[in-house]
Design a protein around this ligand. Structure first.
Ligand SMILES: [Zn+2]
Length: 209
């Protein structure tokens, strides 16, 4: 789940442009730690490219795996430590990849998950926040009227508004879009990073807010 029931973002929300994949390495590191550390290990960590450009947000657990593998190094730390069998590790807040990674301009696939993320789990007609399970995707111009499945024609929509709208355009149904739907851009990603990191002062100088 990338967005929790209160519409807050969890690190997994951003997890699509990271080097490597969430695999055995991630689960192995988890086993070193007591269950008490589980929530700390889910705290968000800002990921910078080798050039200090913010590219992603990941969880502490994944960030520490990248550090142990020598893929990334810590740039900012929390004052907290986690203990494995033999070592105490400072908990990273910002990490930087040691090798430059090319991030394609449009790296987000058109998917239900990414549309909900772009629209911040907010129904674009009644402007209320819902858990992902209570949202559907609405074709602004209905498919029956030639509306296509594109970033510009798909929006997050609650079931009530979706039923109400039916096979009509927003104008015909007397509904107004909260905002014009756009592709998921780098700008959208930056906004999400700021949302996730708004409580962590250490992120500010990299995200300029
Ligand atoms: Zn609605």
């Amino acid at each position: 789940m990338s967005v929790d029931s209160r519409g807050r973002y969890t690190p997994e929300a951003m997890g699509e442009v990271m080097p490597g994949s969430e695999g055995p390495a991630g689960s192995r590191s988890h086993n070193l730690l007591s269950p008490r550390r589980a929530s700390l290990m889910q705290e968000p960590v800002l990921v910078l490219n080798a050039t200090y450009e913010p590219i992603n947000v990941t969880a502490v657990r994944r960030a520490m795996v990248l550090m142990l593998k020598g893929v990334a190094q810590a740039e900012e730390m929390h004052n907290t430590e986690v203990h494995s069998a033999a070592h105490a590790h400072k908990v990273p807040s910002v990490i930087r990849l040691l090798a430059y990674r090319h991030i394609p301009q449009q790296s987000r696939a058109l998917s239900r998950k990414n549309i909900l993320l772009r629209d911040r789990n907010t129904c674009q007609f009644c402007v209320r926040v819902f858990p992902s399970s209570e949202l559907t995707l609405d074709h602004v111009v209905p498919r029956s009227r030639g509306g296509r499945s594109t970033w510009e024609n798909l929006v997050a929509c609650c079931y009530r508004c979706n039923n109400n709208k039916g096979d009509r355009t927003p104008e015909e149904a007397g509904l107004k879009l909260a905002r014009r739907p756009r592709p998921f851009t780098l700008h959208t990603s930056r906004q999400l990073m700021r949302l996730i990191g708004h409580r962590d002062e250490r992120w500010r100088k990299y995200l300029f807010y």
